[in-house]
Ligand binder design. Structure first.
Ligand SMILES: *Cc1c(COP(=O)(O)O)cnc(C)c1O
Length: 353
């Protein structure tokens, strides 16, 4: 597999903008008069490290990969967009997604005039590998696989993912946004074995840092270099780099502890929700949310909304008829949610069914 051949021709030939700091290596002098910053100020007056070297080193150490296999973005959403821009020729080439799944793959493709091929998950929310092979053609450049999947919550079977990795001549982008909540663990170790595997992770979910917008892609060095060439020079700001570095370096014990607390709350919610008369099914979850099938999802949504509780109506997604998605909250929030859902059970709007 040649990454260079997979890239769009204009990207392959592109000469990247080189920022002042990149040319000389970051922070090697005492006096910086190279980037038109304002030295009269003391804090935040300097451009951030465009290559996020310190943070990447810490992440690489934590995830047990080489820093050269790490790319960082302004959330995973930026990274999804960069992959489409780097590898898919607008109006000609396509990505493949497996609905119901995360909506940003399709949105980013649409923004870039890149076609979206869709192969729905099976009725038990697993990859339909046979139909994927029927669909894949010369123009399919990227296959997005989300595991654990949003909004269904389940993880996908590893042999199916490996089968696709082995046979597909494009990149497989495995979105592991929720992997830290899953007992199955990450496929990150496979990036050294499969050059076409990209693993996406984020600090937005298990790390609780959605506000700083820090997404991570782990992949072959050549892929990391291609993305680095086309990203905005300062795509991850100084504050986000600092906060992420401090958290990952110093707060890993808390991180694992909080995951356990979320999982206990998830189990509690599963038990309680399953006992409600209008709940038809609580799907098994490897994530920090639950997909729940109810009698009237729209009515439940409106009822909870009036009680100042927001959940997500996913009932229009393929295979998700009747379903809402509920994030696992903290104990006090979950108690209030359950109290409201029990009230709804007794109320006339539920009895109408
Ligand atoms: C929440 C989520 C993300 C995270 O996106 P960020 O831009 O990093 O916040 C990525 N993929 C999936 C499937 C998600 O649910």
């Amino acid at each position: 597999m040649s990454i260079q051949n997979l890239l769009r021709e204009n990207i392959r030939k592109l000469k990247a903008y080189s920022s002042a700091r990149e040319e000389e290596g970051f922070k090697t002098a005492n006096i910086y008069l190279d980037a038109n910053e304002n030295g009269f100020y003391k804090e935040m007056n300097r451009y951030p490290d465009p290559l996020q070297r310190k943070l990447k080193k810490e992440i690489a150490n934590w995830r047990n990969v080489s820093a050269k296999q790490v790319f960082l973005g302004n959330g995973s959403d930026e990274i999804i967009d960069l992959f489409i821009r780097a590898f898919c020729e607008p109006g000609k080439e396509s990505i493949l997604v497996n609905p119901p799944t995360y909506g940003m793959y399709e949105v980013c493709a649409n923004v870039n005039a890149v076609e979206v091929e869709k192969v729905n998950l099976t009725s038990d929310f697993q990859l339909d590998v046979t139909s994927i092979w029927d669909q894949v053609s010369e123009k399919t450049k990227l296959i997005f696989i989300c595991s654990p999947n949003n909004p269904t919550g389940n993880r996908l079977k590893i042999p199916d993912i490996v089968d696709i990795l082995t046979r597909f001549n494009g990149l497989v982008i495995l979105d592991e946004a929720y992997v830290d909540f899953s007992i199955a663990g990450s496929l990150l170790p496979l990036i050294s074995q499969f050059k076409n595997l990209v693993v996406l992770q984020t600090l937005s979910k298990a790390w609780g840092l959605a506000g700083i917008r820090l997404g991570m892609a782990f992949a072959d060095q050549e892929i990391v270099e291609a993305l680095t060439k086309i990203k905005f020079p300062y795509n991850v700001n100084s504050i986000s780099q600092q906060i992420a570095y401090n958290k990952i370096k110093n707060e890993r014990d808390d991180f694992y502890d909080i995951i356990q607390r979320v999982l206990r709350q998830r189990n509690y919610l599963v038990d309680e929700l399953s006992g409600l008369s209008y709940v038809q099914k609580v799907y098994p979850s490897d994530a920090n949310f639950l997909l729940v099938k109810v009698d009237q999802p729209g009515a439940l949504f409106v009822y909870l909304r009036k009680k100042q509780i927001l959940i997500r109506d996913r009932s229009k997604e393929p295979g998700c008829e009747g379903c809402v998605r509920i994030t696992v909250g903290k104990p006090s929030e979950n108690k209030k949610l359950l109290a409201a859902m029990k009230e709804y059970e007794k109320s006339s709007c539920c009895a109408l069914t």
